[in-house]
Ligand binder design. Structure first.
Ligand code: SF4
Length: 341
């Protein structure tokens, strides 16, 4: 567990600067944790059967256009093994699975499917307490919508931070541009994420923002703007995915009707590099591609595994002689403000 006052729980810039000095081109999450915590951390994905207000009719009953509603499908083999045995068995099974695989020393329980703060606060407490009571678990990483974080839930999470647990909120935002969030039926805009990040920060909760590249009608230039906006929001980490067309989604219909063209491998690599160059050097990059939960993928038909995407991204960055944040710049330098002659 992490000791110290809440303000010490921000990302440690000195660790990141050492990483860049040692040749890292971007701030990888795993390496940062090794250096800052002194042990290997692994994420333990769990399905606590949360629904989502974008599926259950509260906001809409259609979901985001790319969402296959995985919480209802139990896609992963490990989840199938423990269905019916309850959450405790799932936790035990998942932690043992990742430890036996040699994934790391301590686990961060990742509540991954659906909107994982969308239950009454006493039910949330039961789930979170259960996870945090496992001897190999040091914290939680909670995937949720930025508009599903009432004060009681934030206070509950802030309480765990005070006890010394590592608490992350993984906020689905996908794009900072309203025309995109509207087009993909997120049913929220950017202001909800700004509020969630600010409220989390007050309580020492770390924040990560999910972003998807290749969304309908979004341009590469808009992705650069997204990099700058999330940097100015002072989020602690981002997770970057290509837009996947999954079976039984509305995006699959758009694709089969010729209304949506998936992002190519070349476009995706270039977009990731542009994003990394234009994002703050003090933000962690947890993922740069998608390599699990691909069972129902239709397209893109290239291999999105991080072991394929990662080296290609680094190759382009080396060719361009850049690293994370090398183009991150908000506003003009003072010298540049003098009138043009
Ligand atoms: S907010 Fe998440 S769970 Fe809900 S519909 Fe969108 S992608 Fe699916």
């Amino acid at each position: 567990m992490i000791k110290g006052c809440l303000t010490e729980r921000r990302i440690n810039k000195k660790v990141l600067e050492d990483m860049y000095r040692d040749g890292f081109l971007y701030a990888t999450f795993g390496e940062y944790f090794r250096r800052s915590h002194g042990y290997e951390i692994f994420k333990v994905p769990m399905n606590a059967e949360f629904t989502c207000p974008n599926w259950d009719g509260r906001l809409s009953n259609k979901g985001c256009i790319y969402c296959p509603n995985l919480a209802k499908q139990f896609t992963y083999e490990s989840f199938r093994r423990v269905i019916g045995d309850g959450l405790r068995a799932q936790l035990k099974d998942q932690v043992a699975y990742y430890k036996n695989k040699g994934a790391g020393d301590k686990g961060l329980v990742y509540l991954a499917f659906g909107t994982n703060t969308y239950k009454p606060v006493d039910e949330l407490k039961e789930i979170f307490d259960l996870a945090l009571n496992h001897p190999d678990v040091v914290g939680l990483s909670i995937g949720t919508r930025p508009d599903c974080l009432p004060k009681e839930v934030l206070n509950l999470l802030g309480g765990y931070v005070k006890e010394g647990y590592e608490i992350w909120l993984e906020l689905g935002q996908q794009s900072v541009h309203y025309h995109t969030t509207n087009r993909i039926n997120r049913q929220h805009g950017l202001s909800e994420s700004i509020n969630a990040v600010n409220e989390a920060r007050k309580r020492g909760i770390l924040t990560l923002i999910f972003l998807i590249f290749g969304l309908p009608y979004e341009t590469p230039q808009e992705v650069i703007e997204t990099a700058k906006v999330v940097s100015q929001m002072n989020v602690d980490a981002v997770k970057l995915y290509p837009c996947l067309v999954m079976k039984d989604t509305r995006l699959a219909k758009d694709y089969s009707n010729g209304k949506y063209r998936p992002i190519s491998r070349r476009e995706y690599i270039k977009t990731i590099v542009d994003f990394l160059e234009n994002v703050s050097p003090h933000m962690l990059i947890q993922r740069i591609s998608k390599d699990c939960g691909l069972d129902g993928k239709i397209v893109p038909n290239w291999n999105t595994h991080r072991f394929i995407v990662g080296p290609e991204v680094e190759k382009i960055m080396e060719l361009r002689n850049t690293r994370q944040g090398s183009k991150y710049n908000i506003g003009l330098d003072v010298e540049e403000l003098s009138p043009l002659s």
